[in-house]
Design a protein around this ligand. Structure first.
Ligand SMILES: Nc1ncnc2c1ncn2[C@@H]1O[C@H](COP(=O)(O)OP(=O)(O)O)[C@@H](O)[C@H]1O
Ligand SMILES: [Mg+2]
Length: 280
């Protein structure tokens, strides 16, 4: 699968939400990262044909995203952040509501529930599910047509680390079957762990893109020295000449217990690029 976004702009009234976005993604886990309000959901809506851009071109395998037919759409699995579940309906019934729209067989419902580990909860009303299970049910809905490409808007938002990890494992299993996963997140550590490529979106523009580790390496000048002191506290300083005198003093006075170099992580890179915290 090939996702191609060329110079997409989108305005709501006087507010330019996407100001010329370019990106390409293939059969992989691609992460679109950015703080709240950056325009991530807007871009997913454009890619899934829910919104039309003001200018530019969004294509999937050469098909224009604003003119997708039913056949192409069936190859998509979509999980938006505002897709809810019906509390009073069981997991199976929740799936059935959407299965009718797509003309999907019961077998496929059960196979999607099985994929996300909810077979045993098929008869459980959604209101009795934990937050992690509810997200897996929303994911099962995206899996229902056995799509080639999954668009997931913040699939692990608000989940505890264990539940988030379960979702990560599911997504990696899908990727290993050759599926394309395009997800958004505002969690840098998730992106570092899960995504093959990422793009950082800030104020409607891509400010950095590539493999997570490559991006971090590009900002090697953000390296820090972390020193553990004899009094039990830690201190950090830039990994450069300016630290030399202070390090020498800490060592000669016996106050430095351990010294480590910390490589910049995505969070550090993002802070450097934008002056903003991503997870705010
Ligand atoms: N339908 C809409 N009408 C007006 N403004 C919108 C609409 N959808 C999104 N926005 C605005 O566009 C900006 C980006 O929103 P969104 O794409 O949801 O960002 P993100 O998903 O990165 O948090 C926000 O300022 C939001 O208020
Ligand atoms: Mg959003």
């Amino acid at each position: 699968m090939k996702i191609s976004v060329q110079n997409i702009t989108k305005r709501f009234g006087a507010h330019t939400v996407l100001g010329g976005v370019n990106l390409e993604a293939g059969s992989e886990i691609f992460g679109l990262l950015g703080p709240s309000g950056a325009g991530k959901t807007t871009l997913i809506r454009i890619l899934t044909g829910q919104l039309t851009p003001d200018s530019g071109r969004a294509q999937i395998n050469g098909f224009n995203c604003s003119a997708l037919g039913d056949k192409e759409r069936r190859r998509f699995g979509i999980m938006m952040d505002d897709f809810g579940v019906y509390d009073r309906l069981t997991c199976y019934e929740n799936m059935k509501v959407f299965a009718r729209i797509y003309g999907i067989s019961n077998d496929m419902i059960y196979s999607a529930l099985d994929k996300v580990g909810l077979s045993d909860a098929a008869k459980t009303p959604a209101m009795k599910l934990s937050k992690g299970m509810t997200n897996r049910l929303r994911l099962a809905r995206a899996f229902m047509t056995d799509p080639d490409i999954l668009f997931l808007d913040e699939p692990t938002s608000g989940l505890d680390p264990t539940s988030a990890n379960e979702i990560h494992k599911l997504l990696i299993a899908e990727k290993n079957k050759g599926k394309t996963i395009f997800l958004t997140t505002h969690t840098m550590s998730e992106a570092e762990k899960l995504c093959d490529h990422i793009a950082l979106l800030c104020d409607g523009r891509i400010i950095e893109h590539g493999k997570p580790q490559e991006i971090c390496r590009r900002y090697d000048d953000c390296k820090q020295l972390r020193i553990h002191l004899a009094d039990g506290t830690d201190t950090s300083m830039p990994h450069d000449k300016t630290a030399a005198n202070r390090i020498a003093e800490l060592i000669s006075s016996g106050r430095a217990v351990t010294i480590h170099t910390t490589e910049p992580d995505l969070e550090t890179v993002f802070m450097k690029l934008t002056g903003k915290e991503l997870s705010a």
